[in-house]
Design a protein around this ligand. Structure first.
Ligand code: FES
Ligand code: FES
Length: 167
């Protein structure tokens, strides 16, 4: 197999199945951005050091730049475009980022938000220090960190109270 050989893969993204043919070396990040037109997931480094490419695979946060598209076959992928409800209502974390001014240029924001959703799901929101530690894999050169912590804290409380209401 030469490096130009393409392989057919099926990716389940935000609830939809996509069929594509890519070279085996293509990352999930490039598959999303260049092959499927889902450009919300950003490339800040392509080396696993910035977190701008964070998406969910089977509910876990992963760096799409270090994940081959082929590795994600058969798994449930969620990108920032799939986070809001079908009716367009923002996810609690998206709304909290708006309310707390947790972004400036917005380039790190999709990765921050995907990471924050997972951070809350993982239960790492017990204190501001814990939020800072478990959000440390997402760099923000605009320095929005204090607002990001406030947004994650707010969203964690909202998610917890909505789960209480639901139960
Ligand atoms: S682009 Fe993936 S960690 Fe920076
Ligand atoms: S908002 Fe600009 S890098 Fe974070």
């Amino acid at each position: 197999m030469t490096s130009k050989t393409r392989i057919p893969i099926q990716l389940q993204i935000n609830g939809y199945l996509h069929e594509l043919e890519v070279e085996p070396r293509v990352t999930l990040l490039d598959a999303l951005r260049d092959h499927l037109g889902l450009t919300g997931t950003k490339k800040g480094c392509d080396q696993g050091q910035c977190g701008a490419c964070t998406v969910h695979v089977d509910g876990q946060r992963v760096l799409a730049c270090l994940t081959l598209a082929a590795q994600a076959e058969g798994r449930a992928i969620t990108s920032i475009e799939g986070l809001a409800n079908g009716d367009g209502t923002l996810h609690a974390v998206q709304a909290a980022f708006l309310e707390q001014d947790a972004f400036q240029c917005g380039y790190c924001t999709p990765g921050q938000i995907m990471s924050a959703v997972a951070c809350i799901r993982e239960g790492h929101t017990g204190s501001d220090d814990e939020i800072r530690e478990y959000m440390a894999g997402n760099l923000c050169r605009c320095g929005a960190y204090p607002h990001i912590v406030a947004a994650v804290r707010q969203a964690a409380l909202e998610v917890a109270s909505s789960m209480e209401t639901a139960s």
